[in-house]
Ligand binder design. Structure first.
Ligand SMILES: Cc1cc2nc3c(=O)[nH]c(=O)nc-3n(C[C@H](O)[C@H](O)[C@H](O)COP(=O)(O)O)c2cc1C
Length: 386
């Protein structure tokens, strides 16, 4: 059959236009041009827009805190001069955090932001941690009275703090006096150990990679983690939680590709995470840190450790540093304990901490960023009140 050349060109041209239109539609639908925009990101912009707002303003600061898998495991009861903070068991991240260690750390992070905002609004506070022994979900009670106004470098950094999962600048070491300042910021309730020598970095770096391999090989942990990945822009805006493509990928081209292509299967996503852990997170870290408390199974100490982590991340942000928790070793150590299996990672962490008086609460990397980190979505403060 003889094909009419002009007709063929016309069909081809129409196909190309349709494909381009489909591409534009897909890019729009997936928020390629809208990173950090929409209702899911409003809490970052509006958190202190009303200077006369009462205690609810403190909740708006609290919800911008770091928290495990962006599960936002918090609820608040707000009165005229009191705020009660509760854990939300519905936002449990399952086998990744079988002992709720990370949940309480995240609640401690929220508490720190809340208290910084109290000071900035001229409110003095009295804090009771775990005020009701009978209810482990009642995490803190904060009584507020008029007091001196106190803003700080840490308070000002609240809207700029983001977990940075991009490559860090390997040619730039973190000055020792800055590391010392951060050690002091951690306070007396938590101990911060820095691993910056080649040997120390290799030890913890290898442990983090091995723990990642173990998580990927553990079906329950892999599934629990995947539940919080948000590949679809519509889901980001609807759920306003979880780990997004924008937060996970700092490379602009990779971000576009990940948004345009169909979502990765769990297996491919796990392989990608393992490779990123080995080749980016660990390989480009200027150093690692271990944050420890005396008893990592005690909820009040976890909360204090969380407060320390939030302060550290805010201070790092203010000084141009990037941080990323890499909690795979502690996640595996908790998993080993609940499954009553060989404590490979538990033992390795004990050896790294090397002091019977302290237990690892979280492990992380530090360095100077090469790319900015993106905002993570947040649910509105009003939706979190009980
Ligand atoms: C206790 C705890 C554990 C975390 N573990 C990890 C981790 O292992 N890997 C990671 O990339 N981020 C980790 N994060 C960072 C959270 O995923 C992040 O805080 C959350 O997604 C919100 O994003 P943002 O910090 O940019 O606001 C952890 C945070 C907390 C508080």
């Amino acid at each position: 059959m003889k094909i009419n050349r002009r007709a063929a060109l016309k069909v081809g041209g129409t196909g190309a236009v349709l494909a381009a239109a489909g591409g534009v539609w897909r890019a729009w639908e997936q928020g390629v041009w809208s990173a950090g925009e929409g209702p899911a990101y409003e809490p970052w912009r509006r958190w202190r827009s009303d200077p006369s707002e009462g205690p609810l303003a403190l909740v708006r600061a609290a919800i911008l805190a770091a928290n495990p898998h962006n599960s936002q495991p918090w609820l608040f009861r707000v009165g005229a001069s009191r705020i009660d903070l509760f854990a939300d068991p519905a936002r449990d991240i399952g086998a990744v955090d079988p002992d709720h260690r990370e949940m309480y750390i995240g609640l401690g992070c929220a508490l720190e932001n809340l208290l910084l905002a109290a000071g900035a609004r001229g409110l003095a506070w009295r804090l009771a941690l775990m005020p009701d022994r009978a209810h482990a979900t009642h995490v803190a009670r904060i009584d507020l009275t008029p007091g001196p106004r106190a803003t700080s470098e840490l308070y000002e950094a609240i809207p700029h703090r983001h977990t940075n999962r991009g490559p860090y600048d390997r040619s730039r070491a973190v000055p020792p006096d800055l590391l010392d300042a951060m050690t002091r910021t951690a306070g007396d309730d938590a101990r911060l150990s820095w691993l910056v020598s080649d040997t120390d970095r290799r030890r913890l770096g290898q442990l983090i990679v091995r723990a990642t391999e173990a998580i990927v090989a553990d079906d329950a942990q892999s599934r629990a983690s995947a539940r919080w990945f948000r590949f679809r822009w519509a889901d980001v805006q609807r759920h306003r939680d979880g780990i997004t493509i924008d937060a996970n990928l700092t490379d602009p081209l990779m971000r576009v590709a990940a948004k345009m292509l169909p979502p990765l299967s769990r297996e491919r996503s796990d392989r990608f995470w393992l490779a990123a852990t080995r080749d980016t997170f660990v390989a480009t870290a200027a150093g690692f840190g271990i944050l420890s408390v005396h008893d990592a199974r005690d909820n009040a100490q976890r909360l204090r450790g969380g407060r320390a982590w939030q302060r550290l991340h805010l201070q790092a942000t203010a000084r141009g540093l990037a941080l990323q928790p890499l909690n795979q070793p502690t996640e595996r150590a908790d998993r080993e304990r609940v499954l009553a299996i060989e404590p490979t990672f538990g033992r390795a962490l004990t050896e790294l901490v090397d002091d019977a008086a302290w237990q690892a609460l979280m492990t992380f990397r530090v360095g100077y960023p090469t790319r900015p980190a993106a905002l993570s979505p947040r649910r509105a403060a009003e939706a979190l009140l009980i």
